[in-house]
Design a protein around this ligand. Structure first.
Ligand code: AP5
Ligand code: MG
Length: 214
């Protein structure tokens, strides 16, 4: 089963994708994580995208489609979770083609609905384990007082993303409404869209997603 988690910055896509990886053995394909890894390892592509990402703008379709193509063609899985991809209609069309080439289907598109005020509060409170990427939040899931990540058991520290500030978030939200939100209508028209309330407790959102998938 291949699914898309669709929603604005801070909707909880990464959080819910991790639950699905742990409990269903699916493979999370987060273009944001892939781009951050490229940036951190200092590749040519990483250097190109660093500034674009820090501002909160979208990276070009060619780059992200290339990243997804590589994963779909090489990784064997019993299901991909597309997290933060597609973000434009061109990316959605490319995903259709890539899945068709591999004889795969797109089985569900889950739109995680949240309101903008909650997003600002969530994002400015987020931190991530530098070791494994586990996501924490000052308000709802604080980093452990002993500094040891509850997921990987290591104490490599917790980092804030370069784009997790109010200024970049404004651009990220604008990009979402201008370029990504048309995908809601696109997948609705294809009969593939299901909406989930992303404002509930993490466990409630997780249960709602399970209801869609089972
Ligand atoms: P990306 O990394 O995809 O960022 P994003 O879409 O802005 O989304 P986030 O990762 O910020 O939010 P999330 O929905 O994963 O929320 P999370 O679970 O962490 O992209 C970053 C950048 O890369 C883009 O701006 C762009 O430049 C580039 N890029 C990436 N993909 C691209 C593409 N396809 N095309 C072009 N450019 C691309 O949760 C957020 C916080 O809330 C956490 O602290 C979490 O603990 C908390 N939380 C989660 N769920 C709940 C809940 N139910 N209740 C309370 N708190 C919660
Ligand atoms: Mg994310």
């Amino acid at each position: 089963m291949n699914i898309i988690l669709l929603g604005p910055p801070g909707a909880g896509k990464g959080t819910q994708a991790r639950f699905l990886v742990e409990e269903r053995g699916m493979v999370q394909l987060s273009t944001g994580d892939m781009l951050r890894a490229a940036k951190d390892s200092g590749t040519e592509m990483g250097k190109i995208v660093a500034d674009v990402m820090a501002r909160g703008a979208l990276v070009t379709d060619d780059i992200v489609i290339g990243l997804i193509r590589e994963q779909i063609e090489t990784v064997k899985s019993n299901g991909f979770i597309f997290d933060g991809f597609p973000r434009t209609l061109a990316q959605a069309d490319a995903l259709n083609d890539l899945l068709a080439e591999e004889g795969e289907t797109l089985d569900a598109v889950i739109e995680m609905e949240v309101d903008d005020e909650a997003l600002v509060a969530r994002i400015t409170a987020r931190s991530t384990c530098a070791g494994c990427g586990e996501v924490y939040n000052d308000n709802t899931k604080p980093v452990p007082a002993d500094g040891i990540c509850t997921n990987c058991g290591e104490s490599k520290g917790f980092t804030r993303r370069a784009d997790d500030n109010e200024e970049s978030l404004k651009t990220r939200l604008m990009e979402y409404y201008k370029k990504t939100s048309p995908l809601i209508g696109y997948y609705y028209a294809k009969g593939q869209l299901t909406k989930v309330n992303g404002l509930g407790e993490m466990a409630t959102v997780k249960a709602d997603i399970a209801t869609v998938l089972d």
